[in-house]
Design a protein around this ligand. Structure first.
Ligand code: SAH
Length: 287
């Protein structure tokens, strides 16, 4: 089943990713059209976090800044620890991968953040938290894994405190034109191959997310297409896989990881065809 595949995929591949790319398992944000520098990728990943916070107008004001944060689909906790430090907040991360949860916790201890960041294996669609707990609800590149987007956003809204900010940064497919019922067969075909490789269920568009947020009475709903800003990312990941270290680690990692690596050019194709969109959706839970 899907959840098991996701857990195994990240159990298997997270070490390799960390050894080459560090603790942020998400796209970097680059100036559109500017050439990416080889050393700039880590900075671009941090910039992604900062751009998301800025887009959602999360405040640095000591009185109003987030104090309790949930990181839904936390990977090895790169965002959690960054946000916990930045805001002096408490952050709880959930992931389906036991290996990730353990590694995230170990890194928190190593950084002296054990009282501020904690991690557990849990399902985003059935979060182990009571209602109305968090003033920042953060999902960085996990939404694309969720088989039920309505339930997903519903859970984000449920655990959000009144007035909380909800930020979803995720892979989407392009918006459909008014005359279209669905994507074109060749587009569906490409997405199917990508979904197979990365343990993803069917995708939706950014405007589908907006509709879901509206149906849940969320407020200040904003969305943007950052596809141009992430364009240098996949070529950089491919280059890193083609280094000696990348290549040998890849061969040692396992079949799920290799399958993922082989699908990387498909992501570039999807972006080039304007089929894949890198989207941010931000909103607020009513007071
Ligand atoms: N947000 C992290 C990791 C992104 S990778 C980062 O930016 O570094 C996608 C993450 O989503 C993985 O940790 C995976 O375990 C998690 N995930 C996917 N489906 C999930 C689900 N149903 N419940 C909880 N986590 C999920």
């Amino acid at each position: 089943e899907l959840g098991k595949g996701i857990a195994e995929f990240y159990d298997e591949s997270s070490d390799l990713w960390e050894s080459i790319w560090g603790d942020h398992m998400h796209h970097g944000f680059y100036d559109a059209g500017a050439p990416a520098t080889i050393t700039g990728h880590r900075a671009a990943q941090i910039r992604m976090v900062e751009e998301a916070l800025r887009f959602a107008a999360v405040t640095d004001d000591p009185l109003k800044k987030p104090k309790r944060i949930v990181d839904v689909g936390c990977g090895i906790g790169g965002s959690s620890r960054y946000l916990a430090k930045k805001y002096g907040a408490k952050c709880e991360g959930i992931t389906l991968s036991p290996v990730q949860a353990k590694r995230a916790q170990a890194l928190a201890v190593a950084e002296g953040l054990q009282d501020q960041a904690s991690f557990q294996v849990a399902d985003a669609l059935k979060q182990p938290f009571p209602d109305g707990q968090f003033d920042l609800v953060w999902s960085m590149e996990s939404g694309e894994h969720m088989p039920d987007k309505t339930k997903f956003v519903g859970e984000l809204a449920r655990v959000a405190a009144p007035g909380a900010t909800i930020i979803i940064v995720t892979w989407c497919h392009r918006d459909l034109s008014p005359s279209e019922e669905s994507l074109q067969p060749n587009e569906l075909n490409l997405l199917k191959k990508i979904c197979n490789a990365y343990y993803l269920p069917a995708w939706c568009s950014a405007s589908d997310y907006v509709k879901i947020a509206q149906s849940l009475s969320l407020e200040d709903i904003k969305t943007a297409d950052w596809s141009e800003n992430v364009a240098p990312f996949w070529p950089a990941v491919i280059r890193s896989a083609l280094t000696w270290q990348g290549f040998t680690s890849l061969l040692r990692s396992g079949w799920k990881t290799i399958k993922g690596a082989l699908a990387m050019p498909l992501m570039i194709q999807g972006y080039n065809k304007k089929l894949i969109k890198f989207a941010i959706i931000a909103c607020r839970k009513p007071m």
